[in-house]
Design a protein around this ligand. Sequence first.
Ligand SMILES: Cc1cc2nc3c(=O)[nH]c(=O)nc-3n(C[C@H](O)[C@H](O)[C@H](O)COP(=O)(O)OP(=O)(O)OC[C@H]3O[C@@H](n4cnc5c(N)ncnc54)[C@H](O)[C@@H]3O)c2cc1C
Length: 492
Amino acid sequence: MNCTVVISGGGPAGLMLASELGMAGVDTVVLEKEHDRETGSNLRSTMLHARAVDLLERRGLMERIGRDAFVKWPLIHFANFWLDLQPLLEHEYSLIVPQTHTVSVLEERAREVGADIRRGHELTGVTQDEDGVTVHVRSGGEEYRIDARYLVGCDGEDSAVRRLAGFEAPQSGITWYGVLADYENASAEPASPTYPGGLFARTPHPYKQGWVRTMTMELGVDAPGPEVPVTVEELRTAAERITGEKQELGPPTWAYRYTNRTRLAARYRDGRVFLAGDAAHVHYFAAGHGVSTGLHDAVNLGWKLAAEVRGQAPAGLLDTYQTERHAVGRRACVSAEAQLALLHPPERVAPLRELFEELVRFPDVNRHLVGVITDVRYPFEHTGATAHPLLGAPVPDAPLKTADGETTLAATLRNGRGVVLDLRDGSGGISRWEDRVDLVAATPVAGLDAARLLVRPDGHVAWVDADGTDDEGLRTALTTWFGAPADEQEAL
Ligand SMILES: Cc1cc2nc3c(=O)[nH]c(=O)nc-3n(C[C@H](O)[C@H](O)[C@H](O)COP(=O)(O)OP(=O)(O)OC[C@H]3O[C@@H](n4cnc5c(N)ncnc54)[C@H](O)[C@@H]3O)c2cc1C
């Protein structure tokens, strides 16, 4: 074997996974076909979803991204209706931060923890057998192969891994199509107006001072093929079709065409090959949560794959990646399709939109729709854990008082290990799993209705002890998620 895990794609999902694996000591190669970080899909996204902010906070990465250097936006859109995040989420805002910046922070982190990131290296072939995966790579006219134990396709909406490894990913819904174009020294309008024919925005560039970005977006219109270069004519006629008005648009400095339909891989795992991020699920960029979903895929898979590589994973742990994340990807696709149904064709949906506009003003409807986009709770009841409102949910952040001083619940997850939070006497009960799980003893936390919690490395609550007496339950939960205790594993 040349390495343990190969990741195809150095976008947000691939680099987050590389960081997780690196933190867990798994040697990882990331293949990224683009030489430059500031090209391709990294240029299109501008918003980090509230749930992505939560996740990056738990890994200490928001400090590096610079949470206070960017605009915090307390709204998300649902079919072009605005929903209010304010009363609902831990981080009650989306951060307006360019994807190139997020990617540069993730890449720096992944390199620090030992990932071998190869820019300008394109995955061109995949075969797998019971023992491993062979990956073929092209770089600068040279071809070479890597033998690895696992391969993860994080290579975006047109994933080469998905195609070459034979994953089914049927398309559904209608096409969405648009052009992003950047201009130096142009004039912007702060709003992003929508028209019955789609969206045409001319806004200050998200990260180039004095530049302007235009964006068109139409539903149900077929784009020219990928071999056809984007032209100013294409951009102008799209803008005129959408607005119904003449548009003066000169040649842009940079232009990028995006087009797709909803696509969900039928499976996220085939033997030793996995999919994550847009490779697994791509949908209308409703509510701007594509990056967030991909980051959460990566963090869900990372610790499980690392446990498998170390030989500590309990049977079936790796398969929970599929059960947990496919359901989330499916939900995102359903939500996106529902939004498309509220947008197109405009003349048909107009009466529905009029009624929906009234509905979203009800706080409960706002809450429910925000939840559709943001809430992720895994069904852990099958593990035997006692039902509790926190079970399966992301652990909420809270200030903690420990014998070593003050910290936060989010900070206890920084190293990507499991955590038992003991809010009673601190005696814990984890000594036989100490190689995988940290014990954090703290004084009781207001609003956290529990004596002990087991939190998985991805931040989801795997077990709750309401009164602090369920030692047997803790042992079962630790074995379920982290495998046999160290002394029994050594004896195997
Ligand atoms: C117009 C538009 C606006 C959007 N805005 C937002 C937003 O504001 N917020 C948000 O969260 N999401 C947004 N999205 C969605 C977001 O851009 C994607 O969900 C996100 O980039 C997916 O991340 P990823 O890592 O899965 O894939 P990608 O970012 O697509 O990364 C995949 C990487 O794989 C590389 N690659 C591909 N093939 C190979 C190969 N064979 N070998 C090696 N490398 C390969 C690519 O070069 C690329 O770098 C937007 C999408 C569009 C179209």
